[in-house]
Design a protein around this ligand. Structure first.
Ligand code: UD1
Length: 362
């Protein structure tokens, strides 16, 4: 059986790694990795391959950045000949980025089975490019590999035949469980003179939060206000960096808001696991913080990961500075010692995915 996995953007890499490791222990399963090149900076891509022990991709389409239509189209054109050449039994796509929907569409049109890891999540916010990517990818997929029961419900409500839906659990937690001892040893807090539990970690990169200068300014002022009581560590995504440059953001000397270049997987996990709280608009961090028991403030009006609010440490907060400052004051009360226990967020999702391949008789 030949499995072709596609990755392209940062959040895909931690979902690929556990699967590659498990597949390597099954000699009759061949694994081919294609990187679309959607993310290409060392600190957005290569460093994750190093930290997570993922082998060099067999193909790199080197597509790079552009508008959504351009990027999606370029990935499709570059992927089609590769997909024909490899001739896989299944094309496996991850998450909700442009690389996911582009390659799922190519495979479906070539009559090749598509497996979607992290299927069924819905924010019901059609203004988010990721929501469009999720819905379209799920429609194109034959194997819908879901992380949580709400995802199964969403798919059933959309009329997906039950035999296509497989609740395998959260594969990103496989990576977390595997890397946590090394992340603790990394001691990112100590290296930066931070006391465990007494600093916050921030990531913000959604167009809805960073593209409007006024709203970005308001969010940055709130972070600065918080950093007057304890340090705030903010690894800055390239998109956000450009926006901060264009508004001419300069921090105040009295605050301790530390803007860093994007950090690798181990350093980020290390920073998050010993932090007092996380403020983010990322999808993955909502899940990682819940698993770790670290309070998370998600700066979005909705989430495709509601289980992190109902069973984890996540709280949605509207993207306004004063709302974030208020939520941050209450956040410590939402810490869960030992982390949230969520069904099938246990480090074994990749094994379950391989069982699905076997029983589907691909
Ligand atoms: C993409 C995903 C988003 C995910 C995010 C994680 C889509 C629709 N969005 O958003 O869901 O949360 O990745 O990072 O696929 N850039 C660089 N270097 C890079 C990559 C990007 O400088 O290695 C810059 C470019 O200016 C680019 C911009 O970042 O135009 C945005 O990159 P893009 O891949 O289009 O989307 P992200 O915002 O990263």
């Amino acid at each position: 059986m030949r499995i072709l996995s596609i990755v392209g953007a940062r959040p895909n890499f931690m979902k690929l790694a556990p699967l590659d490791r498990v597949l390597a222990s099954h000699p009759d399963l061949e694994h081919v990795i294609v990187h679309t090149g959607q993310h290409y900076d060392r600190n957005m891509s290569d460093s994750f391959f190093d930290d997570l022990g993922i082998p060099e991709p067999h193909y790199n389409l080197e597509v790079g950045s552009g508008s959504h239509a351009w990027q999606t189209g370029a990935i499709m054109q570059a992927f089609e000949p590769v997909c024909k050449d490899v001739g896989p039994n299944v094309v496996l796509v991850f998450g909700d980025v442009n690389s996911t929907v582009a390659t799922a569409l190519v495979a479906a049109k070539l009559g090749i089975k598509v497996g979607h890891v992290e299927a069924g999540l819905r924010s019901r916010d059609w203004g988010m490019p990721e929501e469009i990517n999720r819905v379209v990818t799920d429609r194109l997929s034959d194997l819908l590999l879901t992380p949580s029961p709400d995802a199964d419900e969403n798919l059933r409500a959309e009329g997906v035949p039950p035999e296509r839906i497989h609740f395998v659990g959260n594969i990103m937690i496989d990576s977390l469980v595997y890397a946590l001892p090394r992340a603790v040893e990394f001691n990112a807090a100590g290296n930066r003179d931070l006391s465990p539990g007494e600093y916050s970690v921030v990531t913000l990169h959604r167009p809805s939060n960073v593209d409007d200068p006024e709203s970005l300014e308001d969010l940055m002022s709130a972070l600065e206000e918080l950093s007057c009581s304890s340090p705030v560590i903010f690894p800055v995504h390239p998109r956000t960096k450009t926006r901060l440059e264009s508004i001419g953001w300069v921090g105040s000397d009295s605050a301790d808001l530390r803007l860093l270049a994007p950090v690798g997987y181990l350093e980020m996990l290390s920073l998050v696991q010993s932090s007092g709280m996380v403020i983010t608009d990322s999808g993955g961090l909502q899940e990682e913080t819940s698993f770790l028991g670290v309070p998370c403030i998600t700066v979005r009006p909705n989430t495709e990961r509601p289980i992190t609010c109902t069973e984890g440490t996540n709280q949605l907060v509207v993207p306004r500075g004063e709302a974030i400052v208020e939520a941050a004051g209450l956040a410590p009360g939402r810490r869960i010692e030992g982390g949230a226990k969520i069904d099938k967020w246990d480090g074994n999702a990749a094994e379950r995915i391989v069982e699905v391949f076997r029983s589907a008789g691909l």
